[in-house]
Ligand binder design. Structure first.
Ligand code: DI6
Ligand code: FE
Length: 404
């Protein structure tokens, strides 16, 4: 095999996020990039020769991953934000036909091109903060045509910018108005029409659902997961966000990649996801916007050594949060994650939540997706709110933003 020119990024503090100590830190480190991959990592003084050397300072981390977003949608829900601050609850608004169903109406009305155009600025906010992989869900169509349109829009976004887009089919997000009196028929539509269409077109990397009193029951979700597994698709779940229904344990039985939100997860649920190797994805943006009181069971997650990811949940209702750095700060301040846990949550553990073994750490053999920051310590990425210290980002070895 012929090898392309190699590049050495030399001189920064590395937060490799590999196992060795907090942040997998290497002082005055160097990373050799070759053919889009990381070929060598270590102390700058021991670095091998390279065709090109980039002198860097600050902190070099893996490119960040936002492993849970709903960033493709039509319209917005600023009106509901006002309503909530005037006393209505998220669940009241949902029951009155607002909430997710309001976004369903605007998403059905938008063309694919309009969805892409409306969603690009949101994606750009994430990329400006060093995100190199983003997960995007459908779920605001709730019919075959619009679910497919959303996933095509998500794939198109991935071709419009230097970013890896991972998609999740979220037909099981809510019941559309036309099926509100026949829930079973909608579950059949998801399993027997929408999912086969999405799978045949290669539009989904996984299947997600919203298991909650205001959405699908555990039994309904289980039917959707069984269909997903028949189509060879991995599953993940919005679970235990507003109440403890046992969705996470059911997801664990189906080998879920992640269970997300999980504020109300109990010890049996934590034990179940620990046993299945499922990632706990924390979404402090929704907790913040909904002014929830119950934080996720962090002490139990630590005790059972469950990998913890952190994501924006970027969506028009419960989490209009366009900043992964701010989300890491919220995970620390609101949930008590250490800065090292918060950064692991948007790198190594976020990659695991997406089932991606080729990224999330700075170690040889991984994709050369990297972010260089104008900070002295990795913890500063979590400490400040509203400051974006990104200096440069690389995707597959190419510098795609800024300069070192
Ligand atoms: N949980 C969430 O946080 C989002 N979906 C879900 O199932 C909220 C979606 C929305 O409010 O539009
Ligand atoms: Fe969500």
């Amino acid at each position: 095999m012929t090898t392309g020119p190699s590049t050495l990024i030399s001189g920064a503090t590395l937060a490799t996020m590999a196992d060795s100590g907090p942040y997998g830190r290497i002082e005055d480190g160097a990373v050799l990039l070759e053919n889009g991959m990381i070929a060598w990592v270590g102390a700058a003084a021991q670095a091998p020769r390279a065709d090109r050397v980039i002198k860097a300072s600050g902190v070099l981390t893996p490119g960040l991953l936002d492993c849970h977003t709903h960033l493709v949608y039509g319209g917005n829900r600023a009106d509901e934000f006002e309503k909530r601050l005037n006393g209505a609850s998220y669940a009241d608004i949902a029951r009155a036909g607002g909430g997710i169903l309001s976004t369903v109406r605007s998403t059905r009305a938008a063309s694919q091109a309009e969805l892409v155009a409306q969603s690009l600025p949101r994606l750009d906010c994430l990329l400006a903060e060093g995100v190199t992989t983003v997960e995007i869900k459908s779920g605001y169509g709730l019919d075959v045509e619009t679910e497919v349109k959303m996933l095509r829009a998500a794939r198109a976004l991935g071709r419009s910018r230097p970013v890896s887009v991972v998609t999740s089919f979220l037909g099981a997000h809510a019941f559309p108005p036309e099926y509100k009196d026949d829930r079973q028929a909608y579950v059949r539509l998801v399993c027997e029409e929408a999912m086969p269409a999405v799978a045949a077109a290669g539009l989904a990397d996984a299947v997600d659902g919203f298991c909650e009193g205001i959405a699908l029951s555990v039994a309904e979700m289980e039917a959707v997961f069984e269909a997903a597994i028949r189509h060879g698709l991995k599953v993940k779940l919005h679970a235990e966000q507003l109440s403890n229904l046992g969705g996470a344990a059911m997801a664990a039985r189906h080998g879920a990649l992640s269970v997300d939100h999980i504020e109300y997860l109990d010890e049996a649920g934590v034990a179940a996801i620990a046993a299945s190797g499922t990632v706990a994805t924390l979404l402090p943006g929704a907790f913040y916007y909904l002014r929830e009181k119950q934080a996720p069971p962090l002490a139990l997650l630590r005790q059972y050594e469950v990998p913890i990811a952190v994501a924006t949940d970027l969506n028009p209702g419960s989490s209009p949060v366009h900043s992964l750095l701010s989300t890491m700060n919220m995970a620390a301040v609101l949930f008590g994650l250490t800065p090292a846990e918060a950064l692991a949550g948007t790198t190594v553990n976020a990659a695991r939540a997406l089932g991606l073994a080729d990224r999330g750490c700075i170690v040889p053999g991984q994709r050369a997706d990297l972010a260089l920051w104008d900070v002295a310590e990795p913890g500063e990425l979590v400490y400040a709110l509203g400051r974006n210290p990104l200096k440069a980002a690389w995707m597959g070895g190419d510098c795609v933003r800024g300069k070192p």
